[in-house]
Write a protein that binds this ligand. Structure first.
Ligand SMILES: [Zn+2]
Ligand SMILES: [Zn+2]
Length: 370
């Protein structure tokens, strides 16, 4: 069918809205009409020279929409179902069968290459040129997409579908890290480094778990103010602070160090501060690729501290996304406050606004394509 999509033609180029021919869903696949799709910083990885996904590409991996057709053998979702599109996983490897699909043995190939081995004709421009349309198994910067039925999560019909896409990655990552990995609980303390979409989702999750101290650390005052509104008990403006000063402020607030911490910045110095501010046996999670090497003093981990990488909140999307929607209904996870919507044709403006920090989470609405 003929769809419209935001295509990245060159790594450094602008996104361009194009007409694209998309193949029908095959066995086990569904066609989804996109209602809205979040813009995540991971969507910008193909801008890096040498990155495994090569343009031309359709990006986008926080899609939400309605199933409009199903391929052979699809039984768990039907035409008309509202769904959120999550990351791709095989469903059969040891990680998948053990409830850790984010660590699927073929995660990188399935999600970060942007093409399937056999997708030669899956998406083509009007001149017949192949376009990668399998980014995170979905490539949802488009009016429609084909995804594996396994990777779409049915959601209720009485929620604002166009805003739900970020539950598939950004919100899932922040909240999943807090609930599933760090297991933030009542009366414990946690520090969230970086108050972007993932960090603020973690703040909301920790607040909903009734943690005693939820400390947000960032350099942008407006984000810290929002963190306080979303449930942070304390904030630290790290502007101009040294690693030691950040750590000592967090330690002071938490009366000796936090039980857990989450770094969403990927900045080595911030990670060093976060480890320093953990109490003995505390755990710090890393959700973004760290730019360079982390410097840890020789005795940094000596008191039983743990540093762990976390992909996609280590969540099972079919379990956590419905839980996040319930929390949202109860006012405990107002993730919609992070969102600013744009017509998909304004995708380049959305990218600029996220880079400048003006927008925390952009959601693109394809129906608004001019
Ligand atoms: Zn797997
Ligand atoms: Zn993402």
């Amino acid at each position: 069918m003929r769809i419209q999509a935001a295509v990245l033609r060159e790594r450094a180029g602008a996104f361009k809205i194009e007409d694209v021919d998309l193949a029908d869903p095959g066995p086990g696949e569904v066609l989804v009409e996109i209602a809205g799709t979040g813009f995540c910083h991971t969507d910008l990885l193909p801008r890096i020279d040498g990155f495994m996904a090569e343009p031309p590409l359709i990006l986008g991996h926080e899609g939400a929409g309605v199933v409009t057709a199903t391929g052979p053998g699809v039984t768990d979702v039907a035409v008309g179902s509202s769904v959120v599109l999550s990351f791709d996983h095989c469903g059969t490897c040891p990680a998948c069968t053990d409830g850790h699909p984010a660590y699927c043995r073929s995660f990188w190939r399935r999600n970060l290459v942007g093409r399937a081995d056999d997708d030669g004709g899956r998406a083509q421009d009007l001149a017949g040129g192949s376009i990668g349309a399998r980014w995170f198994g979905q490539s949802s910067f488009a009016s429609h997409t084909v995804a594996e039925a396994r990777n779409v999560v049915p959601v209720p019909d009485d929620v604002p579908l166009e805003l739900l896409g970020p539950l598939a990655c950004g919100v899932l990552t922040g909240a999943g890290s807090v609930f599933r990995v760090l297991q933030v609980a009542r009366d414990t303390s946690t520090a969230i480094y970086g108050a972007g979409a993932v960090g603020l989702s973690a703040v909301m999750a920790a607040a909903s778990a009734n943690a005693e101290y939820v400390i947000a650390i960032d350099r942008h005052r407006s984000r810290l103010d929002l963190a306080l509104e979303l449930g942070a008990t304390h904030v630290v403006d790290s502007t101009g602070l040294s690693v030691g000063e950040i750590a000592s402020q967090v330690k002071k607030i938490s009366k000796g160090g936090t039980d857990t911490a989450l770094d969403t910045t990927g900045a080595p110095a911030v990670v060093t501060a976060g480890v320093g501010a953990l109490r003995p046996q505390g755990t710090l999670g890393l959700v973004s690729a760290v730019a360079g090497s982390i410097e840890l003093p020789g005795d940094a981990l000596a008191t039983g501290k743990t540093v762990t990488g976390i992909l996609e909140g280590d969540a099972v999307p079919h379990e956590l996304i419905p839980e996040l929607i319930e929390l949202w209904r109860r006012g405990r996870l107002p993730f919609d406050r992070l969102i600013r919507t744009y017509p998909m044709s304004d995708i380049n403006q959305a990218e600029a606004d996220m880079a400048s920090g003006d927008t925390i989470k952009a959601v693109l609405i394809p129906g608004a394509i001019a």
